[in-house]
Write a protein that binds this ligand. Structure first.
Ligand SMILES: [Zn+2]
Length: 304
């Protein structure tokens, strides 16, 4: 009996420790990814029925978190050009939420594209890793920073039209509600939910080396292993500087860090499904990226 009591006491004491160690709601995070990558959303091709459902889901979450936005209904519409013919086919949409900073109006802009390839014939390209994963992380970070107010003002953005030439990111930069010089950092996430070697890349420190020691300090000794690279021209490795929406920030001399994994066998295939992601890797990666954002938010205040 005494032993039982002791065990119960130990469990009672340890549970809050484990719970408080995690900053994000991992159940919600996985549920968000699962919904966005479900067949019902039909691969979230811009302007499709599935894309409208995704927009509504993200918008409702920003609203229920109590976020504000510079855009009516959290939505920045933009003319979407068809991938093949370049003709405008309708209004695509970036979904944008805002949290004002405690210390500075300078901005950290957190992005992930929510669009994917959609349906081709009867096949649905679910885009679970690419990029329901990054979108779910944007929602998790928004929830965290509503509870723990950041020093910088922060914009949380689910971008449309990435798969068709980074169109959402281009529209965002072309019609940004603030002077672009107010942006101190873009954090972009694109494919962050699976890797067989338990590795994730932080891309961009070749161009903005001042960020590297700050990030290393957080990632040292952590799992997954954070690697740097994929940002140097002619290094023998693929250069990912222009590979996703962070390209549009880079082109405007705005410091960026892009988080993503190496391509895998299901990249841009109909097998990029929720069942193939690695939940433990995904949760640990999102926690790691969040800790990096928290650290950069405080360290960049003094540099502003
Ligand atoms: Zn992508």
């Amino acid at each position: 009996m005494k032993n039982l009591l002791r065990i119960a006491l130990v469990i009672f004491c340890l549970v809050p420790v484990f719970v408080s160690a995690q900053k994000i709601n991992s159940v919600q995070l996985l549920a968000d990814l699962e919904y966005l990558a479900s067949d019902q959303l039909e691969g979230r091709s811009p302007l499709s029925k599935g894309s409208l459902l995704a927009r509504e889901y993200i918008r409702e979450r920003f609203q229920s978190l109590g976020m504000t936005s510079q855009y009516p209904d959290f939505t920045q519409h933009f003319s979407f050009k068809g991938r093949r013919d370049g003709q405008i086919t309708g209004n695509a949409a970036n979904i944008i939420g805002f949290i004002p900073g405690q210390f500075t109006e300078k901005l950290i802009v957190i992005t992930a594209h929510y669009d994917h390839l959609g349906k081709i014939g009867e096949k649905i390209f679910n885009g679970a890793d690419d990029n329901a994963s990054g979108t779910a992380a944007v929602l998790a970070f928004a929830a965290y920073f509503m509870e723990n107010k950041p020093y910088h003002s922060m914009m949380f953005i689910a971008l449309d039209g990435e798969e068709s030439g980074h169109q959402g990111a281009k529209a965002l930069i072309a019609d940004f509600p603030f002077d672009l010089e107010r942006i101190v950092l873009n954090i972009n996430m694109d494919m962050i939910s699976r890797n067989d070697d338990n590795e994730i890349y932080a891309v961009g420190t070749y161009h903005f080396p001042f960020l590297k020691p700050m990030i290393e300090k957080v990632s040292e000794g952590r799992q997954p292993q954070l690697l740097f690279g994929h940002d140097e021209p002619d290094s023998g490795f693929q250069d990912w500087t222009m590979a996703s929406d962070h390209s549009q920030f880079f082109l405007n001399n705005i410091p960026f860090i892009y988080f993503g994994v190496e391509n895998h066998m299901d990249y841009h295939k109909e097998t990029d499904t929720f069942e193939r992601i690695h939940p433990d890797f995904f949760v640990a990666t999102v926690e790691l990226i969040l800790d990096i954002i928290i650290s950069l938010d405080s360290q960049l205040v003094s540099a502003d």
